[in-house]
Design a protein around this ligand. Structure first.
Ligand code: PEP
Ligand code: MG
Length: 505
């Protein structure tokens, strides 16, 4: 798979030793500096929502108030920041709320930035990163990713972290292998490393034969897109891109995507204490459709719940969130919030080709109810003289066994299907997609999954509607080959580098 193997020289990250020096800078200046830095990251990052969440913590008076209280108690400013980080982390970890627990690293990242500024430590330890580097660190933070010149980074290796962390998300979107859980104590800067993120392993200072064998695997890996390309060409399959921000859309289109098959809208809701208004959503969707330059934009309605909790919705804790109020179930249970999103999508459809896609469908009724809400929103927009596409296409994500079993019924009401293999595989195989002990079951080419996909493709063909795949499985050349042969019309891929290889301009 693209972006899973790398060979390069280790570069050990050394952070400041935290010695308090009188830099003459004030606490207030540190806050202003950190806010400016985060705003710049929000503008430039492939995952802006990560830094929006940081900014929110920085701007919450709780942080500054706790630091000031510590200063009043006699602590030096940098000491007061570290103590505040510990205090607030303790409060976060004492809650039952997974969202706050997940914010502990963000809080520490911000406090580290404040202390470094106060202590006059260089803002960017990655300033002189050599080309072809494997960055090795006990732990990496999202702000580290924003500071690195990722063009020079071959891979990331850490002792702590997870591939689903914010660092993992950014690394994946850039096609950089990321391996965590490694004992890095014996690694020195300059050591040669072979990194395989498929199996989460590295080899330090390999033998010549290990290096040769690894290079062969790398070369073979690089040839795979050529085979994939032939299958795609032979079957006339379109290549779309997946995106979680307007920036991602620009990159996918620049790389040759013929449209966006999945625009995830969760970033507007996650890491946000308040709901985005219809107007805010409209402006983003409008920018998104304009970034598509005439190609279609498929906006997925909010897929909140499961592994994506949203503090702005104040949802009750569930014992089994992946089988709970997720995706369309949640949207239909909050029609006013859902209608804001639908109206914003409809308004954006006046600016280019927009399709609306519904996640986590299990019953035909959910599609019918959504269509009724869309009609209601259309009527209200019409009454206010607001333009929209009268023929907005509404499609369904097929990511549950129920949806594939009733795909013939869904096909009679849907304008298109998009198979979300990430969830379809976990639900068909009853194996949590984030649990490494059952990852051997999360196999897109397992016969049960292939049968589910075949059923969906047949239903789509019979009804004459297009069917695509927007899950990660479409990026795996072996799986993509099977999907193309089964008859899917489009692969929507998350990696701009892979899009570029498959659709050279
Ligand atoms: C999927 O389930 O395949 C999918 C694309 O949706 P997500 O990964 O956002 O759940
Ligand atoms: Mg999904």
């Amino acid at each position: 798979m693209e972006g899973t193997l790398a060979i390069g020289k280790a570069w050990i990250l050394l952070r400041g030793n935290g010695a308090w020096e009188q830099s003459g800078r004030t606490l207030e200046e540190a806050f202003v500096h950190e806010a400016g830095r985060l705003k710049a990251y929000i503008k430039d990052s492939p995952a802006p929502e990560v830094f929006s969440a940081h900014l929110e913590i920085l701007e919450d008076p709780l942080l500054l108030d706790t630091i000031k209280k510590n200063v009043e108690e006699g602590m030096a400013p940098s000491e007061a920041i570290k103590a505040a980080a510990d205090e607030i982390s303790g409060m976060f970890s004492d809650t039952d709320d997974e969202y706050f627990k997940a914010r502990i690293d963000d809080l520490k990242d911000i406090c580290r930035g404040l202390v470094e500024y106060l202590e006059g430590i260089s803002d960017n330890p990655f300033e002189n990163l050599p080309e072809g580097t494997v960055v090795v660190a006990p732990k990496l933070f999202p702000s580290d990713m924003a500071k690195m010149d990722l063009g020079k980074v071959k891979a990331l290796v850490t002792s702590k972290g997870s591939s689903t962390s914010h660092v993992g998300i950014i690394a994946r979107s850039k096609g950089i292998p990321f391996v965590t859980g490694i004992d890095i104590s014996g690694i020195q800067t300059g050591d040669l490393l072979l990194v395989d993120s498929n199996i989460s392993e590295i080899v330090v200072n390999p033998t010549d034969s290990q290096t040769e064998e690894f290079k062969d695997r790398l070369a073979a890996g690089n040839k795979i897109p050529e085979k994939m390309k032939q299958t795609i060409l032979r079957n006339g399959v379109k290549i779309f891109g997946n995106a979680s921000s307007v920036k991602d859309i620009e990159e996918a289109i620049r790389s040759g995507a013929e449209g966006i098959g999945l625009f995830r809208t969760e970033f507007l809701f996650l890491g946000n204490n308040r709901l985005p208004s219809e107007e805010e959503q409209y402006l983003i969707y409008r920018d998104a459709v304009e970034a598509c330059q005439g190609y279609p934009l498929t906006i997925r309605t909010m897929d909140i719940g499961g592994d994506k909790p949203a503090p702005c919705l104040d949802l009750p804790k569930e014992d089994n969130p992946f089988l709970g109020m997720r995706g369309i179930r949640l949207s239909l249970s909050k029609p006013d919030i859902f209608k804001d999103q639908i109206r914003a999508i409809l308004r954006a459809s006046a600016h280019g080709k927009v399709r609306m896609m519904i996640p986590m469908v299990t019953r035909l009724e959910e599609l019918k109810q959504t269509k009724a809400l869309v009609e209601e929103c259309e009527a209200s927009l019409r009454a206010s003289g607001i333009c929209f596409d009268n023929e907005l296409e509404i499609g369904v994500m097929i990511e549950t066994p129920a949806a594939s079993l009733i795909s013939d019924l869904l096909a009679s009401e849907a304008c298109f299907f998009s198979i979300g293999t990430n969830d379809l595989v976990q639900y068909v195989m009853a194996a949590d997609r984030g649990n490494s002990s059952v990852s051997y079951l999360c196999v897109p080419l397992d016969e049960a999954v292939v049968r589910a996909v075949r059923m969906v493709v047949e239903s789509a063909k019979k009804a004459g509607i297009p069917v695509g795949v927007c899950g990660e499985a479409g990026s795996d050349p072996e799986v993509a080959k099977v999907l193309c042969e089964l008859g899917v019309d489009c692969l929507s891929l998350g990696s701009p580098a892979l899009i570029k290889e498959l659709r050279p301009l």
